[in-house]
Design a binder for this molecule. Sequence first.
Ligand SMILES: Cc1cc2nc3c(=O)[nH]c(=O)nc-3n(C[C@H](O)[C@H](O)[C@H](O)COP(=O)(O)OP(=O)(O)OC[C@H]3O[C@@H](n4cnc5c(N)ncnc54)[C@H](O)[C@@H]3O)c2cc1C
Length: 378
Amino acid sequence: MLRGQMVCTGVVRARYTCGIVEGFDVAIVGGGPAGACCAAFCARAGLRTLVLERERFPREKVCGDCINPAAEPVFERLQIAERLRTLPHGKLQRIDFVAIGGRTVSVELPEGAEIAVKRSLFDHLLVTRAAELGAIVSEETTVTAITPPAGSSQHWRITAGRVNHAARILVAADGRNSTVARLLGLLPKFQHERIGLQAHVPLPTDFGERVVLQFRREGYSGQAPIGNAELNLCLVSNAAGIKSLRAWSEKEFKLSREQTWRTITPLRRTALRPAQNRLFLVGDAARVVEPFTGEGIFYALRSGEIAAASIATLVNGADALATAQTYAAAHEQLYRGRLWVNRLARTAVLSPRITSALLRTSLLPRSLLRVLTAKIVS
Ligand SMILES: Cc1cc2nc3c(=O)[nH]c(=O)nc-3n(C[C@H](O)[C@H](O)[C@H](O)COP(=O)(O)OP(=O)(O)OC[C@H]3O[C@@H](n4cnc5c(N)ncnc54)[C@H](O)[C@@H]3O)c2cc1C
């Protein structure tokens, strides 16, 4: 057990002194959807599982809060589908694509398919489930250094403050700016990239059960109701345009200048090799997708789940390099056939004027948008 810990509903709020905490099969850095899901499946497979998470849950996060229905089978396997439905949420019946100038093309979503839930609630549910299944979740624990194992019988050493954790297998689930990848020299230098801003604001009257993807000259805005009369509002632009996009949103949604915004960058990054010898990368740490498609959480959950299956075989004696290859192949398969939608979405959002012109002139027919939407929410 951890020294000086405070246990709170199965989750550890770390109050460390110092020392080495040993004996874990797997240490997972990051308790977002990828890390919590991976932890839940590892713990259920009987592995001694540790999650190290910088924040204290529940916490918000820059996200559109939309849960892609493709994730439903994962919720069933985690046995949280019912609990998820009882959380405050917004129902989404259609997507409105709004061109610069206002022309709107609507595409219906399958009945009851997509919902939007605040990440504070969603991520807390996942991490609670991981703890229920036996994972030790250490919150307010920021990983600052990693020492790779010196030999095949050695452990990874993961340092958080003055405490060193030891584990046979390491999972990077710490998001697009992955500390693990950076500390191990795997993270490429970022190019100048777009910035995402997000806020929860009062839901405008008669907003309806819809997602709005609205093109602006500076970039785009995503809007979705999330229950309890709140709206998730996201803005995406480059450094030059984000101020003016924010000014537009303050006027459009009658926000005060004091409105709190969460921020993140980059939105695009080179994909990393998802596995090496006893190291697994899951979720955004391995590969990010264009936020516009609203698929990131699905990929995070599924990659966490398939990594857990590989980790269990590894702990049970499988060859480390063969297991890394198996996971890398399954990871590739997860994205195969869907990345063209991601590329198309990125092209569309990087050229809002052209996309708007296509929407205005019906050169981007509703049937094509329907096909793309069906591909994303299938
Ligand atoms: C503007 C925007 C809108 C989006 N909208 C949607 C959407 O509507 N639907 C959708 O499915 N996806 C959306 N996404 C993508 C989605 O947010 C991500 O794909 C998803 O959060 C990835 O989950 P993850 O678990 O991999 O990483 P994260 O959710 O980023 O979790 C990583 C965790 O690691 C922790 N961490 C980081 N560093 C450390 C450290 N050093 N030590 C310990 N812990 C650490 C963090 O605190 C965090 O809790 C959007 C993204 C953006 C930017």
